[in-house]
Design a protein around this ligand. Structure first.
Ligand SMILES: *[C@@H]1O[C@H](CO)[C@@H](O)[C@H](O)[C@H]1NC(C)=O
Ligand SMILES: *[C@@H]1O[C@H](CO)[C@@H](O)[C@H](O)[C@H]1NC(C)=O
Ligand SMILES: *[C@@H]1O[C@H](CO)[C@@H](O)[C@H](O)[C@H]1NC(C)=O
Ligand SMILES: *[C@@H]1O[C@H](CO)[C@@H](O)[C@H](O)[C@H]1NC(C)=O
Ligand SMILES: *[C@@H]1O[C@H](CO)[C@@H](O)[C@H](O)[C@H]1NC(C)=O
Ligand SMILES: *[C@@H]1O[C@H](CO)[C@@H](O)[C@H](O)[C@H]1NC(C)=O
Length: 491
């Protein structure tokens, strides 16, 4: 086309005037325009392939091939901590303790941990409880991993310890060779660093509700996920970690615009396409607060609202705290984004809403009137179907003396479409100024007959909902009696 274009134009010019010259001139123009069009199309396709071919290079360790798809053989495992003494009829998932040991065992080059506080050794309670053994074992393994006898670089981002919060574990780890950065979220956003996740060798991850606390392994009920062999997802979580790491550097403040290296192309609009256990899936990681979200990152609140909005049959929520306020704000502020969304889908689409909320002696009293109000949205004839249950982890007489323990600390949601596994309590503060993150897994498009993550999380929810540890919240429930008095003598 290019040669035809130049040739005919030249001949037309040289022969000048006359019938055939005009024809030739037209032909020349046509071929020239076609050349231009083809050139534009070629350049555009080059441009589209450019970013992915850069990511494809082995030095980046990525295996994103085209657009947002990932060819890693990702394996996902739902993991739980079931408090000692609790019994369920149906099966429970592998333990968080075992999965942390596995992750430590896998580590060859790096381990990055984002954490709220550290009490893996039972020094803070003076209780000498034998169930502290698992936390102490994890701490021992981490100390060993941090030492310069291994080639593994251990980095820990932790919320700046406040007041009486113990720092012993952190000091021991630092002495052993771990790199620890304290993130002063109170100064940065008036919140805390509440996120809990691990990244191993930039390819395996853990994310969930468990704190770096021995109680999170044997005394508090927790839920999380581990994803092995998934560098695409790990690299994306690493970007969230790197933001904490940056903010943990003395003197650094939140940039008004995060540099491109923190940006992501995986979000609720364009999630990562990958295989979990060979089942085609999409996934993305959300983050809070908004000021810590770089370009492209879905805010945690937006993730929750869109997951609820996407549900057609049911929304099951299991969180420790659910309060439509900014809990820690003075003066008081009402905050109803999530509450509105739940009521909206219940009303507009007759979606069945179930909330499984924790109740213990430290529960905020203001939580219950709001939960009762939600539970009142229940009417068969108008197809309004919201129900709330309170989950109690009963203590034994000896366990009663361990402070801040025996509670359901889960933070997840499952709908008829997707599973959302997070690290935040559900009240305004956690989305406005506190750092948290979540993994959203969508397998609705799969044709596989394997159990999906959504089905597994649903099974956990239904197991807990139907267990004798859950009690329906009605207008008459005696909260004080239910939440603070021992109910299950047997345990
Ligand atoms: C580890 O570091 C310590 C102190 O920094 C040093 O004395 C020791 O030789 C190192 N050990 C190894 C195996 O490099
Ligand atoms: C990761 O994948 C490799 C190769 O398929 C496999 O040998 C290894 O066991 C996997 N690791 C984990 C932790 O699943
Ligand atoms: C899950 O994926 C389907 C397409 O496969 C999409 O229609 C739906 O909106 C997604 N849901 C969420 C909550 O991302
Ligand atoms: C969640 O809320 C409870 C009660 O307000 C609080 O004690 C806890 O620190 C919050 N975060 C965690 C650890 O989940
Ligand atoms: C994925 O496979 C592992 C075993 O390799 C299993 O434990 C886990 O439950 C599977 N996950 C799902 C969602 O089926
Ligand atoms: C186990 O099943 C029995 C009989 O169905 C029931 O009475 C009991 O409450 C169940 N226990 C739990 C922990 O779910």
């Amino acid at each position: 086309y290019f040669f035809a274009c130049t040739f005919s134009l030249l001949v037309a010019l040289l022969t000048s005037v006359g019938g055939p010259a005009v024809q030739l001139y037209k032909w020349g123009l046509f071929t020239c325009l076609t050349t231009l069009l083809l050139a534009v199309m070629y350049l555009q396709s080059m441009y589209m392939h450019l970013p992915t071919s850069v990511l494809d290079s082995p030095t980046h360790g990525f295996s994103v091939s085209r657009h947002n798809s990932c060819t890693d053989p990702c394996r996902i495992v739902l993991v739980e901590s079931i408090p000692e003494g609790m019994e369920f009829n149906c099966s429970t998932n592998p333990s968080i303790f075992q999965s942390w040991l596995n992750l430590i065992g896998e580590a060859r080059s790096s381990l990055d941990i984002a954490s709220f506080y550290w009490t893996l050794s039972n020094k803070d309670t003076h209780s000498d409880d034998p169930t502290a053994y698992q936390g102490e074992r994890i701490l021992k393994e981490l100390i060993q991993l941090s030492s310069n006898e291994t080639a593994v670089s251990v980095r820990i981002a932790v919320n700046t310890p406040q007041g009486s919060q113990p720092v012993e574990d952190l000091n021991i780890l630092m002495q052993a060779g771990a790199d620890v950065r304290k993130v002063n979220m109170r100064d940065l956003t008036t919140g805390v660093l509440h996120t809990k996740f691990w990244i191993v060798d930039k390819k395996h991850i853990y994310i969930g509700s468990a704190n770096m606390d021995w109680r999170s392994l044997t005394q508090v009920k927790e839920l999380g996920v581990v994803v092995y062999n998934c560098s695409c997802l790990a690299a994306d979580l690493e970007k969230i970690f790197e933001a904490y790491w940056y903010l943990g550097q003395e003197g650094n403040t939140i940039p008004s615009h995060w540099p491109a290296s923190y940006a992501t192309s995986y979000n609720k609009e364009t999630p990562l396409e990958l295989q979990f256990n060979g089942t085609s899936s999409t996934a993305y990681l959300s983050s809070s607060p908004p000021s810590l979200c770089a370009d492209g990152r879905t805010q945690d609140l937006q993730a929750i609202l869109s997951v609820i909005d996407d549900a057609r049959e049911f929304v099951y929520v299991a969180v420790m705290n659910y309060i439509p306020t900014l809990e820690y704000s003075h003066p008081k502020r009402y905050w109803s984004d999530i509450d509105n969304q739940l009521r909206r889908v219940a009303y507009e689409r007759s979606v069945r809403v179930r909330l499984l909320i924790s109740c213990w002696s430290h529960s905020q009293p203001s939580m219950f009137p709001f939960l009762r109000s939600l539970a009142a949205v229940q009417d068969r004839t108008s197809k309004l179907d919201i129900e709330v249950k309170l989950f109690v982890v009963p203590p034994t007489s000896s366990q009663k003396n361990i402070p801040y323990t025996r509670v359901n600390h889960n933070k997840y949601m499952v709908t008829d479409k997707v599973a959302y596994i997070g690290t935040s309590n559900w009240s305004g503060d956690y989305f406005v100024n506190t750092a948290g993150s979540a993994l959203v897994v969508n397998q609705t498009a799969t044709l596989s007959t394997e159990l999906t993550v959504q089905e597994q999380v649903q099974a956990v929810f239904e197991r807990d909902w139907d267990s004798p540890y859950s009690t329906s919240l009605t207008q008459h429930t005696d909260i004080k009696k239910l939440c603070t008095e021992i109910k299950y003598e047997k345990i």
